[in-house]
Design a protein around this ligand. Sequence first.
Ligand code: HEM
Ligand code: HEM
Length: 242
Amino acid sequence: MPAMKGPETIQQTKHPADGQLPGASVIWDLPTRLFHWILALAFGTSVYTGYTGGFTQMEIHLASGQLILWLVTFRLIWGFVGHYWSRFSSFLSGPSAIKTYLRHLATGEGSQPAPGHNPLGGLSVIAMLTLLAIQAVTGLFSNDDIMTEGPLAHLISHEASRQLTEVHALCAALLMILVFLHLTAVFWYVFWRRHPLIRSMVTGRQTVSLPVAAPEYRLSWLRLVLALATATLLTYGLINWL
Ligand code: HEM
Ligand code: HEM
């Protein structure tokens, strides 16, 4: 086994030694990949329709926003029951691991591709999911003072709805900054470090040069169906039964 160093070490030391990753392995399971690409489309749609406004656009906005609420709810559940690399426990790191990772990044150490999200990437995933959740939930209570309001706006006072609409607008701006940073980081890895991250998010496969202990990929359809059903029940219940 070759000597392990750099950020790979940080990730590997956390993993249970109950399997070995060979060359090209499935890292991103199908649900995570579908989640990602549908999210990217729905996010673009939500931002475009939110800023352009107009009746049809806002109808689409309410639909794409609620789709994002459902997607994020699913991803939060999948973060506990999904395949190894989709679980939060596989990519959430403490401040010291992030610091070490940043130091290695600056010195160019550990430049071989490591499976899953790196410590900084893991942090940005959590930040994006949290902001997306806040964005979608505040949207439910927002109103544009003209003709469109979120499905739960009638439950609160007009003043409260106005305030949540402001949070909704602010959060949209923060999300766009985060997504910009996300894309910058991804393209930096693709073009500078030559790590084919985008291809991996499409095929699910990553070629990892270091042996890493992790369970082999096997999609559990039962877990997937249960996670989808729970996400549907939670979002439908929130929107329709409150
Ligand atoms: C076409 C534009 C996009 C590209 C090319 C892209 C690419 C990627 C790639 C390559 C990864 C995996 C990163 C890694 O290996 O650690 C990723 C993960 C992620 N991206 Fe994007 N992305 C795009 C748009 C977006 C947008 C618009 C959002 C959010 C609104 C987003 C949110 C995320 C999240 C949450 C993850 C983590 C996936 C997970 O573990 O569930 N991405 N993206
Ligand atoms: C993550 C998903 C979402 C994104 C990215 C998003 C984005 C936006 C943006 C950029 C605006 C325009 C803000 C401005 O005028 O400065 C907006 C407005 C609005 N959104 Fe969303 N939104 C999302 C989810 C939702 C949801 C789930 C609902 C309700 C079901 C909703 C309802 C509204 C309403 C009623 C407005 C009009 C408020 C106004 O005119 O300021 N949004 N949204």
